[in-house]
Design a protein around this ligand. Structure first.
Ligand code: WTA
Length: 649
């Protein structure tokens, strides 16, 4: 743990929306009188019909029921577009920076409103109705934001599948959400390479169940190049919007109507589609964006996430646009055309807030202190970090090289399930400690529990839970409320279980220590070890597979795989390669195993349960901490595992 404390500089506190006194007062009201607090904050959003009640929530495992502003009506796209037209119609809403540095575009609120309205009508013409799910499988192009907002405008529910996921993963999500329409692009461009995106949709729709629900594929023409076409099913985005009217009234939605589904990995089973609703989500996304990034009118804000992840939903699209901000959307990668790209983009667009992931910072850091070249970074005011714990070395580097020691760093802890930022040092209020996400945002009540569910007080380590509801919380798992209750509200009764461990220090700061379940975090991407295992055992050579995380310099955690082969198969480098490719094609490149160890047997209890704790320790190189192995059915397998542990730097 880092000992250093970086106090809030007085000039930063004076200029910020929230200083420490304000934080303390507002926090206290937010937890003591949530109805009054959120009733007031709810006004940052325009309602068609105002709410008369604010909070109506229960974490009781027999009746998990979460409602905010439940009798209010609104439209998320209206809040992101229409309400800004009068005051900021000509202001830039989205700055789009293409993969190629010579390719960029500025889209005003008026333009964006028109594009969204046209595509809304196009979706309607394709038969999409209020409540239908539309799957988006798109690169980082403006049409991704347009499609999200068009769904929201007509009351359809978007389900974005990250463009790096495989056809199999896409098919499962189309089927799971029973999605009628998929929006994609013919190709995507990343680091100068052309990636065939629609080809993956074609493959996904070879799956009968996915094909049974999806009858229409709308294709954005991103790269002029030939591609296979299914007549009747495939339609060009450009053709549809050209004939659509630019007048489309925003549908009146109830606060608790779904806005989007987003699939994420858990410790067991297939990825689950979290259901987020409209009212509370919009209030919270808007508020956190303004206060966490100290966003002020005229600022240029850049979040480097992909819209395929929750960060892209809340902090590229909904939060910033609800606030009338200028949000930058980047199609490319930090290493193209060279490693100075982030710096070049900051300089080119005069970025004021920059929000990225520790894995990106570590990758830059490896390239040396002059990695950003002579880029002028002087416009930067706030830096953000998200997705995994930021190690103090990376924090210090970020502070020095990117922030020039003058930009507060907001280390934001949150999850797909939470909808918005939960624990964070507010730039004008909270002294930073490198590596700590620090204090809860308004309305957020964290607690640490021991394994038995007892609340721990003071400076201590424990399981991080949240004891009461906040407005942006996911309401359910799409089509499976029971699984929602089981996953988040059953381990400990009456609270939301995050799945993370944390330590609280003497100052009440939270330090996230990582997942306490079988979820690993690879370059900030969440992955269930069970998912990778089930991909592996689907390969004919694999009898049994166990997957654990291990510390990785760049990725935070790497994927370590133990494989027992079916008899008749020999271990070889070729087979190792093949297994790697197999996982990539089942899930996607982000799930590609880093290390594969062939093992004659797994450490199992006498009842046949694999003891992952032991596998984890071996992968971590921590042989001294294996603990009691005497309960194993065959303790000698451990010696073999240790002897053949993969060599790594
Ligand atoms: C981890 C991403 C430490 C954590 C927004 C969480 C973090 C999971 C941080 C959620 C942070 C995210 N410090 N750990 N600042 N931010 N995490 O759903 O383990 O993709 O449970 O949401 O990432 O990942 P998800």
């Amino acid at each position: 743990m880092s000992e250093k404390v970086y106090p809030v500089r007085p000039e930063v506190a004076a200029a910020a929306h929230i200083d420490n006194a304000k934080y303390e007062a507002m926090y206290e009201q937010s937890v003591n009188d949530p109805d009054a607090f959120w009733g007031e904050q709810g006004k940052r959003i325009d309602w068609f019909k105002p709410y008369s009640t604010v909070k109506n929530t229960s974490f009781d495992p027999h009746n998990v029921d979460i409602r905010w502003f439940e009798d209010g009506t609104l439209n998320a796209a209206y809040n992101c577009l229409d309400r800004h037209l009068e005051t900021r119609g000509d202001q830039v809403a989205i700055i789009w920076e293409g993969d190629d540095p010579s390719d960029s575009e500025s889209i005003t609120y008026r333009d964006l409103h028109e594009r969204v309205s046209r595509f809304s009508n196009a979706l309607k013409a394709e038969g999409v109705e209020k409540g239908d799910v539309v799957t988006l499988y798109m690169p980082m192009i403006p049409e991704a934001a347009v499609a999200m907002l068009a769904c929201a405008r007509i009351g359809a529910v978007h389900s974005i599948v990250f463009g790096g996921f495989s056809p199999e993963a896409l098919a499962a999500r189309i089927e799971g959400a029973n999605s009628k329409v998929v929006v994609t692009s013919n190709f995507s461009l990343r680091g100068g390479k052309v990636v065939p995106l629609k080809a993956n949709v074609d493959k996904a729709l070879q799956n009968e169940n996915a094909a049974a629900s999806c009858k229409t594929v709308i294709v954005v023409n991103r790269v002029e190049q030939e591609l296979p076409w299914v007549e009747g099913r495939d339609k060009w985005y450009e053709d549809l919007v050209a004939k659509a009217s630019a007048d489309c009234p925003a549908e009146e939605m109830n606060a608790e109507d779904p806005l989007f589904i987003l699939y994420t990995s858990g410790s067991t089973g297939a990825p689950k589609g979290l259901k987020h609703t409209t009212g509370g989500y919009m209030v919270y996304a808007s508020m956190t964006h303004e206060y966490v990034f100290d966003y002020k009118d005229g600022d240029i804000y850049w979040c480097t996430a992909d819209v395929g992840w929750v960060t892209g939903h809340s902090y590229i699209v909904y939060g910033p646009l609800a606030n009338g901000a200028t949000t930058l959307m980047f199609e490319g990668v930090p290493s193209y055309p060279d490693n100075s790209r982030f710096g070049r983009v900051i300089e080119k667009h005069k970025v004021n807030q920059f929000y990225t992931a520790p894995t990106a910072i570590r990758a830059l850091m490896q390239q040396g202190e002059d990695v950003l070249g002579d880029s002028d970074l002087s416009t930067l005011r706030i830096l953000g970090s998200v997705g995994e714990p930021i190690n103090p070395e990376a924090w210090e580097w970020y502070n020095r090289i990117v922030g020039d020691e003058k930009c507060p760093i907001v280390d934001t802890w949150w999850q797909t399930e939470t909808g918005g930022i939960m624990i964070v040092p507010l730039p004008g209020a909270t002294a930073a400690k490198p590596g700590s996400a620090s204090r809860p945002f308004f309305g957020v009540q964290p607690a640490l529990l021991d394994a038995e569910g007892n609340t721990l007080e003071g400076a201590v380590d424990g399981n991080l839970v949240i004891t009461d509801s906040w407005p942006a919380q996911a309401r359910s798992i799409w089509g499976d409320h029971e699984r929602f209750v089981q996953t988040y509200f059953s381990t400990y009764k009456g609270v939301y279980t995050t799945g993370d461990g944390a330590r609280r220090d003497e100052d009440g700061y939270y330090w996230i220590t990582g997942r306490v379940d079988d979820v690993i975090n690879v370059s900030g991407h969440r992955m269930g070890t069970a998912e990778v295992e089930s991909a592996l055992v689907a390969h004919p050579a694999v009898a049994e597979a166990a997957v654990v995380g291990y510390p990785h310099d760049l990725k935070g955690q790497g994927i370590y795989v133990y494989v027992t082969l079916q008899s008749g198969y020999e271990q070889s480098d070729e087979l190792m390669k093949e297994l790697r490719l197999h996982v990539r094609s089942e899930i996607g490149p982000i799930a590609s195993p880093d290390l594969i160890q062939f093992a004659p047997g797994m450490p199992k209890t006498r009842s046949g349960k694999i003891m992952r704790r032991i596998l984890r320790k071996i992968a971590e190189d921590d042989f001294g901490a294996l603990g009691d192995t005497s309960t194993l059915a065959d303790p000698t397998v451990v010696d073999d595992l240790i002897e053949h542990r993969m060599n790594r730097k």
